[in-house]
Design a protein around this ligand. Sequence first.
Ligand code: ADP
Ligand code: MG
Length: 403
Amino acid sequence: MSEELQLHEQGEKIFVSIRLRPLQDKARNRICDWECANNDTIIFKNSLPERSMFPAAYTFDRVFDSDSSTIQVYKEGAKHIALSVLEGINSSIFAYGQTSSGKTYTMRGITEYAVSDIYDCIERQEERDFVVKFCAMEIYNEAVRDLLSPDSYPLRVLDDPERGTVVEKLTEVALRDRDHLHELLTICEAQRQIGETALNETSSRSHQILRLTIESSAREYAGAGNSSILAASVNFVDLAGSERASQTSAAGTRLKEGCHINRSLLTLGTVIRKLSKGRTGHVPYRDSKLTRILQNALGGNARTAIICTMSPERIHVEQSRNTLLFAKCAREVRTNAQVNLIMSDKALVKQLQRELARLEKEMRSLGSASVKGDTAGVLREKEKLIGQVIRPTSESCFIRALV
Ligand code: ADP
Ligand code: MG
């Protein structure tokens, strides 16, 4: 079997990178045990005997030390995944890590760079028409909130037989241009901050998903009615802090929040662990809203990158190890990205069948009528029609073969 075919059959691995945050300027915290040995390996420098049971080196697709800029993290850890959306391939970029390790800082930059690159590509591709839509949501205490709506009531998550899991009544805005998107991103940011003040640092307890959906069609076919449309979404996911409720000193509301966070994050951990062992057995996507909504990104029809952020201070060493364990598991997960064509094969077959039936009817009526006119001319017309019908099929096969 060719290497390419084998890869296609097995799927593609999640691209996992680690980003070390710079030390924060507090004297008591200024001990760092982590060091990036090279581009893909992070090592634990401390050689205390009780630590020796843990591995000293961890290898990933990329590791970024605390001097790395967000643009570098974007270019080497996310860009190739995010821009797949322009080819009709679903993609997702996640930030995972404990509170204050740099998830939001990283995702803000990644989203900004990706959006800018996406619009640059769209503007360069004069031969295609693009429709770009945007939606944004926050999951807090297992309730989904629309970040583009002033209403804060929770939205229902439903299973649609055609579209998979959908969030009911989620606002989706068709974008005019990149400035329009920037306006909406500012609104989301403000919405998130309102939550933060009102609900005691909600932001570290909630998951945020920003989603751009991009549809494109070749201009020459515009209006032809039978052209294929490439359609895909890219998710930018800023996860809640990965620390467990038991490790926060809080009680009351915080604990309740923690339980829910645990439910979503524990389910995420379980899903990743199960998927890392191959596609056998039940994967509990349905156990939390986060994993339901992101099911595709976690093992389905999508290309995925996860950036795990780490706080370098010694006091966070246990959390950092947990993050590395999650990252190791995630690296074993394979997704199965496909180019999404809106005109499905089923629809194409139906269209061909209809056309064939029409031609057969025409032939019959031709046969029963006395052959008076230009039979050769009618046959030529039929051949032309068949040619027109066949063309989109071969185009769709070609596009599928590219995946
Ligand atoms: P999280 O979202 O994981 O809770 P934040 O992104 O809010 O963490 O980061 C915590 C603090 O550290 C913020 O003040 C942020 O500006 C700062 N920070 C995080 N990562 C970096 C970085 N790579 N370089 C400089 N400052 C950073
Ligand atoms: Mg944050």
